[in-house]
Design a protein around this ligand. Sequence first.
Ligand SMILES: Nc1ncnc2c1ncn2[C@@H]1O[C@H](COP(=O)(O)OP(=O)(O)OP(=O)(O)O)[C@@H](O)[C@H]1O
Length: 273
Amino acid sequence: MGSPWQYSVVPDSADLVINAADLVVRRGKTTLLDHVSWQVELDERWVVLGPNGAGKTTLLNLASARMHPTSGIMRILDEQLGKVDLFELRPRIGISTAALSEAIPVDELVLDVVITAAWAVMGRWHEEYDPIDEARARALLEQFGVDHLAARRYSTLSEGERKRVQIARALMTDPELLLLDEPAAGLDLGARERLVRTLADLAADPDSPALILVTHHVEEIPPGFTHALLLADGGVVASGLIDDVMTADNLTKTFGVPLDLQRHGSRFSARAA
Ligand SMILES: Nc1ncnc2c1ncn2[C@@H]1O[C@H](COP(=O)(O)OP(=O)(O)OP(=O)(O)O)[C@@H](O)[C@H]1O
């Protein structure tokens, strides 16, 4: 049966990068996402925060057009999942995840890790790249401070260097939406702080795509992020402007332990109350 009501509550809008209405994802008897609605505009920078198993990766899989919802409507860049050619939509979305990083062949050179995104492949083979592609890949490596590593094998990089290369790759196709899944996971304190600063620069750049960053840690929220979505048990605990959403009360509900939240300028820290 059709569901015309959904069209009346989910208006099309060119400014909405994500327009998710009443998303449900089920696998067997498990509900991974439970009636999640979410709207992201072009110039917004979102952090998605939640404990292990909250449904963050599931939501990111939907937002990157790698999964369909069991029910509900997911519109990405004004296209509706289920009604759009995914191979046309996916290049418009940049994504950096640990799973994609693990798929990089061990002997792949760093420049090729970035440039192969132009063909949406992993592992350089016989594809032809224009000089303009190579110039863009080099410029992105430079933007993320890893241009000196262009000729190194990706497998020899430190975790912090890899994260930067992954983000450069995610930006290769000049996407309208950039999804970053735990970009600071596994980094030491110095590398984390350097990455947070780089992401703050990206957030401040008006030419950057809409940004969505998934994390478990409030300390990893870069300055300049404007909105937050707190998820727990597949449902939305709070969603909206970061200043409204980031409260000790909401974090306590999200993580299921009493938490104190401190704000230090535009950064956050949290610990058990
Ligand atoms: N195919 C599946 N079948 C059953 N349960 C699943 C399946 N895929 C994921 N889950 C469960 O759904 C829940 C949400 O998973 P998801 O990976 O989205 O969480 P997450 O917030 O990204 O967690 P983490 O922070 O640990 O990465 C988890 O409890 C997970 O075990």
